[in-house]
Design a binder for this molecule. Sequence first.
Ligand code: NAD
Ligand code: TYD
Length: 353
Amino acid sequence: MIYLVTGGAGFIGANFLNYIVPKQKDDIFINIDNLGYSGNLLNVENIESHENYHFRNVDIQDYNGLKQVFSEWNPDVIIHFAAESHVDRSILSPLHFMKTNILGTFNLLELARNFWKDKEHCLFHHVSTDEVYGSLKESGYFTETTPYHPNSPYSASKASSDHLVRAYFHTYDLPVTISNCSNNYGPYQFPEKLIPMTLSNFLNGKPIPIYGNGQNIRDWLYVEDHCQAIWHIIHNSEVGETYNVGGNNELTNLEVVRVIADNLSAFTGVDSSRYLEQITYVKDRPGHDFRYAIDASKIKNTLGWSPEETIESGMKKTVKWYLDHQDWIEKVSSGDYQGWIKLNYSNREVGNR
Ligand code: NAD
Ligand code: TYD
């Protein structure tokens, strides 16, 4: 089987490849990534010498560049991770999100449609987010039938791409599956996101910027559990199906920061209260969704997947990984990262709790 993995140099794509390439020696994996700010070949250096792994630097906005890869490999399965993924960036520069997340997905669908006319066993798996469903109040969960209600340019662009994928199934019989997953954490997550940023700032004595009052809730899933869910879907699902994937780990942002502080202090010996002094409340994200929570019973009952890690076990692994890879944070944060920090945080005066 030949797998074309888009965005395989980013956080989840790299974890997926690092997990699967060494296990599936008879399969071929082609990683296409344009090595944008969040994609880095450091993230896949453990597999770069594997004979069943190949990298191509291609932008999914570039139809002809993609076509060359399809002509060269004629993949059987596409696993589409590549995206602009950070909500705050989508608020400041939405155009990139429309181009990569909508047009890029459209290019891949068009190529799959054209190249797979006579192929019997093929699948387009689209990796998406629970943010397409919008925001929950204190109770309730997102199910696969929850109406789409995206609130940020990021989630609207992902919702658009989900709709395109569904449309290609209904209109052209393109074999597709979709997963809508909750917030991931784990190794190789770019330090703009809450968990790696908090870890890095704790270690460097910098402020931890908490948006609003820190009471917004996310459902956290350890990244390897997400990768296993995707593998289950690709191999066991009927085509045309969509699955919600979640960790059953709802925490407020302040609770997340406390879990990180507790785990870090177990490794460093520094009292966690010292870390928590670094918390700084800043002006809220515009349109900040209050709560995301996943009902993952469909994937559990039909495919037998459920997460292996709890927030305690997953965070312990994550903290250890970042402590062992502090040079990684420095290397990936060199580029335009400092410019981003200035842009995103300098206009957030300190807010009220
Ligand atoms: P990421 O930003 O860490 O990685 C994205 C990767 O895509 C990077 O390697 C980047 O270089 C690449 N990329 C971006 N634009 C590209 C383009 N035009 N052409 C080729 N490559 C391009 O993001 P992530 O957190 O790994 O997310 C991966 C996927 O999972 C996304 O589709 C995201 O919407 C989805 N998702 C993420 C989460 C999460 O919590 N991180 C949760 C649910 C779903
Ligand atoms: P993030 O990691 O950006 O994921 P998403 O917005 O896709 O859920 O943010 C997770 C939560 O943390 C979200 O409620 C916003 C909040 N947050 C902060 O409070 N401060 C920050 O500096 C960042 C990046 C996020």
